[in-house]
Design a protein around this ligand. Sequence first.
Ligand code: ADP
Ligand code: ADP
Length: 224
Amino acid sequence: MLEVRDLRVAYGNIEALHGISLTVAEGEIVTLIGANGAGKSTTLRAVSGLVRARSGQILFEGHDITRIPAHRIVALGIGHVPEGRKIFTDMTVQENLELGAYIADPRRFREDLEAVFERFPRLRERRRQSAATLSGGEQQMLALGRALMLRPRLLLLDEPSMGLSPRLVEEIFAIIVALNRAGTTVLLVEQNAAMALSIAHRAYVLETGRVVLEGPAKELRNHP
Ligand code: ADP
Ligand code: ADP
């Protein structure tokens, strides 16, 4: 479904990715793990078109994303939930969910809203509340729900567990597994490697802009 080939990305003079290659097959959960600054978020940003490749290819179902404008990448079926819960705190929960989805397709949007509320009962209860009143965990659910409104087939998740209590991390991870079982392919960036490896099929370990290790999550779980 996704094939990244020798991807190089730089921020100004700082080269963040020195030739990353990876694949994600349809139906998989693949995780990128590694220390802070290794290039995990940059890889996701490149796949969603938020940063441009210096060189290399990013093939999504045959389309080279490095040649497609960012606003068209969403329409291909790639959803990105960036780090830090980018939600609109001056809007209600429901308004946050309506935002991009109504523009994308007004006809199916009621149905999609209902599907998100089915998956996140906490959001349904708080639909008329300001998003600012949500806890950290609920904000993460809202950020995820917003991405789901656009019916992504590949979901890019950047540190969904960040700053959450262990109970909420379990809850978010259970939701990711359920989404995957329902057919969504997932590329997951996580600091919490143990958690990520517990749900992923395969993993890539990044270090300073390079892949240093890859394999089935089962095998990497036992790696020191
Ligand atoms: P990770 O997600 O693994 O923590 P990042 O992809 O965020 O790593 O960062 C990779 C490298 O790129 C780091 O050296 C980081 O300092 C640099 N970097 C990340 N974002 C920016 C940015 N917006 N501007 C400049 N440098 C950045
Ligand atoms: P919960 O009760 O769901 O655990 P909290 O509101 O206590 O959530 O926040 C948990 C953590 O999430 C805190 O470390 C907080 O800084 C962080 N957090 C809360 N809101 C945001 C946000 N909008 N963006 C990024 N981090 C957040």
